[in-house]
Design a protein around this ligand. Structure first.
Ligand code: CU
Length: 159
């Protein structure tokens, strides 16, 4: 079989690119242990309301951790619990969230806080609330007929 010179170049380039790509992905997955961040913690999605800390959603002050507060949020079609959250300005908060039913989003509009909430998994994010004012939490993963109504509010207030 005769291959044109350019065909050989492209074949070599294509196969080399494929091998490099698979090596990078393989090393990241198997050697460096890359995986979705939410796989760190799991929860039985049918028993969310009975499982700590999701049995008591809301903002709690914590001691002896790298953050001052923990905000536990449970999402379910089509609302967040709690729906109104008050956070003291400057507080470092660990947001811990999950969903009781389908995939939901947890985005605080106008910030870089944006998590996907998957059934069976716990998502978390540590953020400092430096700006006073009202912030909207929205679900940015289409979750059903009431998706566009699904929101909650965070009020950052003076201590
Ligand atoms: Cu939703």
């Amino acid at each position: 079989m005769h291959l044109h010179r350019y065909e050989k170049w492209w074949l070599t380039f294509g196969i080399a690119a494929l091998i490099i790509f698979l090596l990078i992905v393989g090393i990241q997955a198997f050697h460096q242990g890359h995986k979705p961040p939410s796989a760190k913690a799991i929860v039985n999605p049918e028993r969310v309301s009975e499982t700590e800390p999701f049995n008591k959603p809301g903002l709690k002050k914590v001691e002896g951790k790298d953050w001052d507060y923990e905000l536990v949020v449970v999402a379910a079609a089509f609302s967040f619990n709690p729906g109104n959250i008050e956070i003291p300005k400057g507080a470092k908060v660990k947001i811990i969230a999950t969903t009781k039913d389908v995939v939901h989003g947890f985005e605080i509009a106008g910030t870089n806080i944006n998590m996907m909430l998957e059934p069976g998994y716990v998502s978390d994010y540590v953020a400092t609330f430096d700006k006073k004012g009202e912030f909207l939490i929205i679900c940015n993963e289409y979750c059903g007929t009431g998706h566009h109504m699904m929101s909650a509010r965070i009020k950052v207030v003076d201590k």
